[in-house]
Design a protein around this ligand. Sequence first.
Ligand code: ACO
Length: 273
Amino acid sequence: MTVDANLGGSAEAVSASELAEIGLRYEVDGAIATITLDRPDKRNAQTFATWSALARIGEHIPDQVRIVVVKGEGPSFSAGIDLRMFTPEGVPGQGSFVSAASLGETTFERRIADAQRGFLWLRRPDIVSIAAVHGHAIGAGFQLALACDLRVVAEDVKFCMKEPALGLVPDLTGTKPLVELVGLPRAIELCLTARVVGAEEAVRLGLAELAVPAGELAQAVQDLAGALLATDRGAATATKRLLQGALGRSLEEQAIAERREQIVRIRTLFASG
Ligand code: ACO
């Protein structure tokens, strides 16, 4: 069954027509939610409205959803930020960097934090997010893929962190996962050269879990989602939370965290009465 998005009817909800205007689709089918960047004629370029809608989708994800798939319609996953943001006219109703440059520090920082909210929820422990990436994933497109837990890529994928080449920094939460995946020296090299990484290298560097022919991308993602869903939700959530915390803890601290999560699991599974 496909339930299209009227996300609960609250004031914050994003209607399907609003999403269509922004260039997004959102569908829930059982335990799997699919978010599709859907502005193929503009290579799924992203705006502040995209990020705000992503954040609101995250806030209203139904409880039954365990997997979130993020994909792109048309020839590219996403060509990054809408380049109109760099013009004085900007994106209608959303301004531009030219007008943002004169914002006060607090307002400016809040604006960027609002954009980042669209990406951060994809790491929630109770869901697993999968980016299905084909064609160009440039700048904000690359960062959206990095915001997901897992990346399955088509053989035509082209990752590129373009921001430094445009005088900017990647600020849509992509720098931390990039460093964690490929290591600091490679992250510096990729960002500061803005070179393109293809499918084979992406898998080799750990940027993608799997590369498949373009025609097999949807099936590969579906197969992965099925395998992930075979695991008990409580165990999956606790294990993801444990793994996410591992890099920030010492071995001893991690051992404590393992004990605490396991006690909850064993009590949940075996406590009688
Ligand atoms: N913002 C707005 N419009 C875009 C963007 C974008 N980021 N990318 C592509 N488009 C539009 C083009 O202007 C064009 O529109 P038109 O048909 O009205 O002229 C349409 O999408 C198709 O683009 P083409 O360039 O013709 O498509 P092609 O397949 O040849 O190239 C590519 C695709 C390589 C992605 C190219 O469009 C491109 O380089 N885009 C810009 C990438 C970029 O610099 N993004 C910013 C990164 S930094 C950041 O995200 C923060």
